[in-house]
Write a protein that binds this ligand. Structure first.
Ligand code: GTP
Length: 329
């Protein structure tokens, strides 16, 4: 009887030892993998936000000695405010999301964009984030460049026609919702071709860049200015008054500001191919067509056509003028 019991106890103890050995072996395997892997890996206690463990690849990437990185508060690495990190952390804890984009600060102060693949592991009795980090800074920059090429004019950095059409839809939707008027302006430079023909394309480019900057200075943050192409620019004014006459006056004030600002002399640096640069003073004006609308039944094409027609009326009436479309009023 006692002999049987001793055998059973021995069997249980043997099994327990086997389990402990297996666990130790598995932990040793994990650590070997963790230490030798070329991917950046962090184990973070998500309660205290302390980096419990980091591998040599992480130390190399972040630029801290391993013994400093281990035990460091992860908020020293996070370059974003806690208010942005907190909701992400909660999603990782409940397993709703496991891939995140963060800005991480290296020891030398440089900010890198990283993609963190996070899973929850139990390690030495604690629940930890096991985070595998990929540096995606260059990829994000390329994506940003592609986005810029698709939506922004390369010369002036203003939104292009594509982005403007989208913004105009938003302006129309806002007007439909709140009953406030909005305005669309078509701005075309007068005799711009002469500048290109006289001083070269480079001088023309400089003027277009300056025009873009002056246009931006004439509008509010909620308005949009874009380059439609060539020497043609467009402006959308948002949230003008609900009263038609008031909205017309507001649009006229902005159009007049644009007209006078653009007609101020331009200092252009020509002959940029050589090291010397001759500065010329150039005068250029613009013809402006305006359509003021409260979005009910109008479609974008009509608005653009009306503003365009008004702009041509201004050109035909002698240039450097503002003309209002009255079709939709
Ligand atoms: N420098 C430069 N010129 C451009 C660019 N895009 C278009 N152009 C030139 O802009 C000019 C536009 O021609 P028009 O619309 O006839 O210009 P305009 O002389 O202002 O004529 P009006 O509008 O009737 O006053 C052409 O000479 C184009 O070659 C650009 O990116 N840079």
């Amino acid at each position: 009887m006692i002999g049987n019991l001793t055998d059973e106890i021995n069997t249980v103890l043997l099994k327990k030892n086997n389990v402990i050995n297996a666990l130790r072996e598995s932990e040793a395997h994990f650590h070997q993998l963790f230490d030798r892997h070329s991917s950046i890996m962090l184990l973070i206690d998500y309660q205290s936000r302390i980096i419990v463990d980091a591998n040599p690849a992480a130390a190399k990437f972040y630029g801290y000695p391993l013994e400093i990185l281990r035990g460091m508060d992860v908020s020293l690495i996070n370059a974003q405010p806690e208010s942005e990190i907190y909701p992400q952390r909660q999603k990782a804890i409940i397993g709703e999301q496991n891939k995140f984009i963060f800005d991480h600060r290296l020891a030398n102060g440089e900010i890198r964009t990283v993609e963190a693949h996070i899973s929850i592991v139990r390690y030495k009795g604690n629940n930890l984030f096991f985070s595998i980090i990929h540096d995606v800074t260059e990829r994000k920059q390329s994506e940003e460049q592609i986005r810029n090429l698709a939506f922004y004019d390369a010369l002036t950095q203003l939104p292009n026609r594509h982005l403007f059409i989208d913004r105009l839809s938003q302006v129309m939707a806002t007007s439909k919702r709140n009953g406030q008027h909005a305005a669309l302006m078509m701005i075309d430079l007068d005799n711009f071709k002469t500048l290109n023909d006289t001083y070269g394309h480079g001088a023309g480019d400089l003027l277009l860049i300056e025009v873009a900057s002056r246009l931006k200075s004439c509008i509010r943050g909620l308005d949009t200015v874009a380059r439609f192409g060539g020497d043609e620019f467009v402006v959308a004014l948002n949230e003008l008054g609900t009263d038609k006459n008031q909205a017309m006056t507001q649009a006229r004030v902005v159009a007049e500001k644009i007209r006078t600002t653009l007609s101020n002399p331009y200092s252009l640096c020509i002959n940029q191919t050589t090291n010397s640069c001759a500065v010329i003073e150039y005068h250029c004006t613009a013809s402006i067509g305006v359509t003021v609308f409260v979005s009910k039944h109008e479609c974008q094409d009509d608005l653009l056509r009306w503003a365009d027609m008004a702009m041509y009326s201004a050109k035909e009436a002698g240039q450097n003028l503002i003309s209002f479309s009255n079709i939709n009023l």
